[in-house]
Design a protein around this ligand. Structure first.
Ligand code: DGI
Ligand code: FE
Ligand code: FE
Ligand code: FE
Length: 187
């Protein structure tokens, strides 16, 4: 799919602010893909559609998670996690994208997972460091992204886990498992 067509489709799903974020993720993902030898076209399309389901009503997302037999424990954790797997499902069924690598990059862009593919890492990281983001500690992650995909990812996970814990929020187990797997990989 051409970039222009993809952007027109996704724009209708998003607010202006979230669309601007999406453009930032797209540009960052392409740059990271170039740097780390990942398919740039797949990075572009995954990034454009990564937040496709961000504004779906919670009831619709809950129903899709149940009916499509996705991980049931998702429903016991922060609903912010839901738009990623639901997005992958809707991008397949509504937009017609079939590429499993792209669908997995969308599916795991919020929680992460053990054994993330390089494309999944690129999208996860691009979502975190795109120029419109302003998290505490983000500049350190942007610097790490220039030298190591894994090291940057680990630092972004540390920041996110600490942020959630400071707010007394539960951490989805896959997020912890992603952190552990990457730390072991870097030993
Ligand atoms: O959709 P975006 O805002 O662009 O970013 P995202 O898809 O990475 O969503 C991040 C949100 O998810 C952020 O507000 C933190 C929240 N969240 C809630 N529980 C968890 C979580 N993020 C992770 N990684 N793990 C959790 O357990
Ligand atoms: Fe997201
Ligand atoms: Fe993220
Ligand atoms: Fe995003």
């Amino acid at each position: 799919m051409e970039r222009k067509e993809a952007l027109e489709i996704v724009r209708k799903q998003l607010t202006e602010h979230r669309y601007t974020h999406t453009i930032g993720v797209m540009e960052t993902a392409i740059a990271l893909a170039k740097r780390y030898g990942v398919d740039e076209k797949k990075a572009e399309i995954s990034a454009i559609f990564h937040d496709y389901a961000k504004f779906r009503p919670k009831d619709e997302m809950r129903n899709i998670i149940s009916e499509q037999k996705m991980e049931k424990d998702l429903l016991d954790f922060n609903s912010e996690l839901w738009h990623a797997p639901v997005g992958a499902y809707l991008v397949k069924t509504e937009v017609g994208i079939e590429d499993e690598e792209i669908l997995n990059a969308i599916k795991f862009h919020t929680s992460g997972r053990v054994n993330m593919a390089p494309l999944e890492k690129v999208i996860y990281l691009a979502d975190y460091i795109e120029p419109g983001r302003h998290f505490p500690g983000i500049d350190e992650v942007r610097e790490l992204a220039k030298i190591s995909l894994n090291k940057a990812l680990i630092q972004s996970l540390i920041n996110s886990i600490q942020f959630l814990m400071k707010k007394n929020q539960a951490i989805y187990p896959d997020t912890f498992l992603t952190y552990n797997a990457l730390v072991n990989e870097e030993k």
